[in-house]
Design a protein around this ligand. Structure first.
Ligand code: BYC
Length: 317
């Protein structure tokens, strides 16, 4: 029995090493399944909670064009949440269970969405930095070893690119606007820069999941590698905007071919992850209210589905 399970694990690792995708009905170690449920559901929750800071600005967008683009972006995020809940369901957990974990506050979602969006420029900073960081992480995940997750990521990444561009374009307009607009853009960058770097997770040496996730090719790059990639990609974009990254230690390093940057405030990161960020309570309250207020939609959809099924039965009878 023990030998059989060792052989299964060996064959599983060999498939991963050959670069094969693992599919829903394939044998997989229990820990692989659980790690995926954890990561995919945290990701799904992040998309759903991520609608809140931006939803806050839909009714206050400065023009019809901006409003349409923001509305489309927020709707895309709802869609991403749904693809990801479906991918998680292939691993044997129901969407109801996952939603329940989110609403009762036992599930994690990205720390970034626990920061407030105070001005219109924050819509630019979120699109540029938050979606920019998300793309770097998620392009890697299009090649992740679990097939349903990898395939969901391909479509999500296409939509994230549009999100990032609309954000950068807001920043560009503000940075080229009046002094007050430029100041608003700089202020948004100042507030979102460090939380964006935190999105990639703890330093590699403090990340309990990275080593195993790299072996299973759930992750193809470590948290620190992706964070470095984000900094190297984003600093020149800030230069084009004429804005200053709020990090006095930021410096080009010729030897490494990348930017050195300052120390992240890890106490702040863990505080936010543990539920004590500026907006954690508000986000949970808003999600719970949305769930309660949407009960009639779920009931109506179920009643409609039941009626359709009954009509089908009576037609075939
Ligand atoms: N916030 O061992 P580690 C988006 C947790 S973008 C909160 O490194 P892992 C969007 C981590 O879960 C954002 N928690 O973990 C964009 C773990 O906790 P548990 C969503 C964090 O999984 C724009 C513990 O800390 N993207 O959706 O190997 C608009 C130790 O960390 C964070 C994804 O979810 C954090 N920032 O690596 C709308 C991408 N960082 O479960 C929406 C998929 C870490 O062990 N996820 N933790 O108690 C991943 O790629 C990986 O899960 C991470 C973390 C790189 C985030």
């Amino acid at each position: 029995m023990e030998n059989k399970s060792i052989n299964l694990e060996k064959e599983f690792q060999a498939r991963i090493d050959r670069g094969e995708n693992i599919e829903a009905k394939d044998w997989m170690p229990e820990k692989y399944r659980k790690t995926h449920i954890r990561q995919i559901s945290q990701h799904a929750h992040s998309e759903v909670v991520g609608m809140l800071p931006e939803g806050n600005w839909i009714s206050r967008a400065p023009s019809l064009r901006r409003k349409v683009a923001l509305l489309a972006k927020v709707q895309d995020e709802a869609g991403h949440g749904l693809y990801l809940y479906s991918a998680a369901e292939t691993l044997g957990i129901s969407r109801d269970e996952l939603v329940e974990q989110l609403l009762e506050g036992t599930a994690k979602y990205s720390s970034i969405f626990n920061y407030p969006t105070l001005t219109w420029a924050d819509m630019g900073a979120v699109g540029w930095l938050v979606d920019g960081a998300a793309i770097i992480n998620q392009v890697m995940l299009t090649k992740t070893s679990y097939g349903p997750y990898a395939r969901a990521m391909v479509r999500i990444c296409k939509e994230e690119s549009f999100h990032q561009r609309q954000g950068y374009e807001i920043m560009l307009a503000l940075a080229n606007g009046t002094d007050a607009q430029k100041q608003m853009a700089q202020d948004a960058l100042n507030r979102f820069w460090w939380p964006s770097l935190m999105m990639f997770g703890p330093r590699d040496e403090d990340s309990p999941n990275t080593e195993q996730s790299m072996k299973w090719k759930i992750k193809k790059k470590t948290n620190d590698e992706l964070r470095q990639q984000f900094v190297d990609q984003t600093v020149p974009q800030a230069d084009i905007l004429g804005l200053t990254i709020p990090d006095p230690d930021l410096k080009w390093n010729d030897e490494n071919g990348g930017y050195d940057f300052g120390e992240i405030d890890w106490d702040e990161f863990w505080d936010v992850v543990k539920g004590n960020g500026p907006c954690n309570r508000k986000r949970m309250e808003d999600r719970n209210n949305a769930w309660d207020n949407g009960a009639w939609v779920r009931e109506a959809a179920l009643a409609h589905a039941r009626k359709q099924a009954e009509q089908k039965i009576s037609k075939t009878a």
